[in-house]
Design a protein around this ligand. Structure first.
Ligand code: B12
Length: 227
């Protein structure tokens, strides 16, 4: 039954250009978010994107909404993933809902990923060109296939170009200089970062065929820098 449910969810999400990233069942003793009943959830499925497959669906929807709609991508994601959640009796939480749910830690467990030197999780196929759009929480355990730990491409990367490209050196081990980055992206010299996307992320050689198109990168940079 879990397999059927998971396939159904994956196919519903695919019709919006989104993908089911993976999931896991929580251990009985760990602290965790509430499921649909209000009791601690028993399992979680992560929803996201790899590359910008969602962009066409999102853009068509956006044309039907006011131009100044705040947080349009979050609004669209909540709408389409919410419909899927309702259909399968799950509780939806979003990456930007407060208090922040530990999406990256969940992704490490669900997909076996590891952080890149930029802090973003590295995926062996998609590289840095993926993100999470929601999580479906269930009151029951679901059966997941055994996860084989994927390779971590950053371990094999010579020279780590991601660490040598940022014009304001915003990345050092374990630290991201958020203020320095945003000031540059917003400023007179930040044209390339605003329009072509984060230069450090662009420098990563992994998953280049999943790279977001320029318009998508510019959209995310504008949201990130509050432009
Ligand atoms: C607040 C936030 C930010 C803040 C601060 C981030 C920070 N590092 O503190 C700011 C505004 C700086 C930011 C920037 C960006 N963010 Co952000 N952010 C978030 C958000 C909403 C909450 C993070 C959080 O506090 N979580 C709560 C804690 C409890 O959860 P967590 O899973 O434990 O997360 C922490 C650990 O993973 C830890 N961590 C980092 N490295 C490692 C390594 C190990 C080994 C471990 C165990 C943990 C760890 O850092 C996280 C924050 O503390 C998350 C979504 C979410 N709910 O997680 C997105 C999220 C992390 N961001 C994301 C992205 C894409 C970005 C940007 C690229 C924005 C953009 N333009 O698109 C930039 C990248 C900048 C950078 N290099 O970090 C993605 C990352 C996807 C991925 N591939 O991993 C997320 C998951 C959102 C999403 N929709 O997918 N972000």
């Amino acid at each position: 039954m879990s397999g059927e449910l998971i396939n159904q969810i994956a196919s519903d999400l695919a019709s919006h250009g989104l993908i089911l990233r993976g999931g896991f069942s929580f251990a009985a003793e760990e602290e965790r978010a509430a499921g649909p009943s209000g009791a601690p959830a028993r399992s979680v499925l992560l929803v996201g994107n790899a590359g910008a497959g969602y962009w066409r669906h999102f853009s068509l929807w956006r044309e039907t909404r006011p131009l100044n709609l705040p947080n349009p991508l979050d609004t669209w994601s909540r709408l389409v993933i919410g419909e899927v959640a309702d259909r399968v009796g799950a509780r939806l939480i979003m990456p930007n809902d407060r208090p922040f749910a530990p999406f990256q830690q969940w992704a490490i467990r669900a997909e076996g990923l590891a952080p890149s030197p930029l802090g973003l999780l590295m995926h062996p196929v998609y590289g840095l060109w993926h993100a999470y759009r929601g999580a479906l929480l269930f009151d029951r355990e679901l059966a997941f296939p055994l996860l084989e730990k994927p390779i971590h491409p950053c371990d094999l990367c010579d020279g780590k170009p991601c660490l040598n490209t940022c014009p304001v050196d915003a990345f050092s081990p374990g630290v991201f200089d958020y203020a320095g980055c945003v000031a540059h992206v917003r400023g007179r010299m930040g044209y390339a970062c605003r329009n072509a996307g984060c230069l450090a992320r662009n420098a990563c050689p992994v998953g280049s065929s999943w790279r977001y198109p320029a318009a998508v990168k510019a959209f995310h940079q504008a949201a990130f820098a509050g432009l």
